[in-house]
Design a protein around this ligand. Structure first.
Ligand code: PLP
Length: 448
């Protein structure tokens, strides 16, 4: 900024950056690096766009860490929150209840045809995962099967970063430093469509052999249905989910479908697991998109059988877990508005059309020699950049160069992906493809 009058004390881009670096410890960030590449101060959001303090705007291609569904200023969700705020912001959910929580649980039950008719509330994704793990273990214990206390998870799977969730997460950068603190779990091969057709069979064989050896000691398998997002948008077919459901039945272990990222229509159906066309998982965890990207909320949905295993005169057989903000009324009101959108406004149908526009716009990358494994599942599109072309700090350089194209995007390693808000039309899809291609030209040109 050369114009000294615009360096006001408040609200300048640089001022917020400086103050943020002093006082805010940013997540998922080496702060020494943030001093070199400071965070981007965002002044406001509107539709899929985020605006900075200097009049520039950026398309939120990652839906602000996969939470946003209908843009940053959706009137329906805003109105629902405002109305709820005028009525009741929060009341504890032990000993009390309230309409937004009841309605939300009923709607979620209906979405599973009543199969997952009991909803437990929490506030963030990792807590929902902790709850599903604890519930599974405790449910077996209440049935006299105390030995079932181990968990199976998939290679490169991600389920959050609290100690319990991290124990079933297999992403080295998040896990390795804390490995000594974590309960051991069984990590089995994950299916990966990039590795050819027999990847799925190999993954299923690996799972079967762990279950054969340890099923009497295993409480549950936890998976991310269809797309392992944090792994770098690793995709598999619904047939894998069908086979996994059958294996969990055969060996009598719970199946936890972690739909925190893939739920709420991202993959083409409301729940990704629906595409398996088989019986439901024993638990589904939801968070991120459920409040449309407005307020923290997470949920664990489970079955009558699990619920019944806690039903008793004995207090200690109950599920006594709680969080202070459990079932927050504002967050539930936002989630109800989100589910009403799915019920009344053909969100999934419109997403199919939006997914096609994305597919068409990015199709030229299929024959781009710099790019490998262009793949898509619903509103998630990803490709890998060839390892020999990326050079140092590819993700950071791509992120910075993309900003110049009005695009906010954060690759995972050398995987570039888009998980945009459901506000794509043909011209936005073309803009996104153009911006991504320009960024590739820029970044790979300067690669060593
Ligand atoms: C983001 C995520 C979590 C953790 O949710 P937080 O709200 O970040 O704790 C868990 N599982 C999956 C699949 C996720 O993508």
């Amino acid at each position: 900024m050369s114009d000294s009058t615009s360096i006001s004390k408040n609200n300048s881009q640089q001022d917020w950056q400086r103050r943020s670096l002093n006082a805010v410890w940013h997540p998922c960030t080496q702060m020494a690096r943030a001093a070199v590449v400071p965070p981007l101060p965002i002044a406001r959001g509107e539709g899929p766009w985020l605006h900075d303090y200097e009049g520039r705007r950026y398309f939120d291609a990652n839906s602000s860490w996969w939470v946003n569904l209908f843009g940053h200023s959706d009137e329906g969700i805003k109105d629902a929150i405002k109305q709820q705020l005028d009525t009741l912001a929060h009341v504890m959910l032990a000993g009390c209840t309230h309409a937004p929580a009841v309605e939300l649980a009923e709607k979620l039950s209906a979405l599973t045809g009543g199969a997952l008719g009991h909803t437990f509330f929490a506030s963030d994704g990792a807590s929902a995962v902790e709850i599903a793990l604890k519930m599974s273990f405790h449910s077996w214990r209440n049935r006299g099967l105390d030995a079932k206390r181990e968990f199976v998870c998939l290679r490169h799977g991600y389920h959050g970063e609290t100690i319990g969730a991290l124990a079933v997460t297999d992403v080295a950068v998040f896990r390795d430093a804390y490995a000594p603190l974590l309960m051991p779990s069984h990590v089995v091969e994950s299916p990966d469509s990039r590795q050819g057709a027999d990847s799925e069979a190999r993954a299923l064989a690996a799972l079967r052999s762990v279950l054969e050896a340890r099923c009497g000691h295993i409480a549950a398998l936890i998976i991310e249905p269809l797309v392992q997002c944090a792994a770098g948008m690793v995709m598999h077919e619904p047939s894998y989910l069908r086979a996994v459901r059958a294996l969990c039945d055969e060996f009598e272990i719970h199946l936890i479908a972690d739909e925190i990222a893939v739920g709420c229509g991202r993959t083409g159906t409301f729940f990704a697991f629906e595409q398996a066309r088989t019986s439901w998982p024993d638990f589904i965890t939801l968070s991120k998109g459920i409040s449309g990207g407005t307020l923290p909320l997470s949920l664990v949905l489970t079955t009558e059988a699990v619920f019944q295993s806690f039903w008793s005169d004995e207090v200690a057989r109950g599920f006594l877990h709680s969080h202070s903000y459990t079932g927050n009324a504002l967050a539930c009101a936002a989630a109800n508005a989100v589910l009403d959108r799915f019920a009344n406004q053909q969100v999934l149908e419109k997403n199919r059309e939006q997914a096609r526009w994305l597919q068409n716009a990015f199709a030229p990358l299929q024959s781009d020699a710099r790019v490998e494994h262009l793949r898509q599942r619903g509103m998630i599109l990803a490709f890998d950049v060839r390892a020999d072309l990326v050079g140092e700090r590819f993700a950071e350089r791509f992120h910075l160069a993309a900003r110049e194209q009005a695009l906010l995007i954060r690759p995972i390693g050398r995987t570039v992906y888009l998980m945009p808000p459901y506000l794509i039309d043909e011209s936005t899809a073309r803009f996104l493809a153009h911006a991504v291609t320009q960024t590739l030209n820029e970044v790979l040109l300067h690669a060593a």
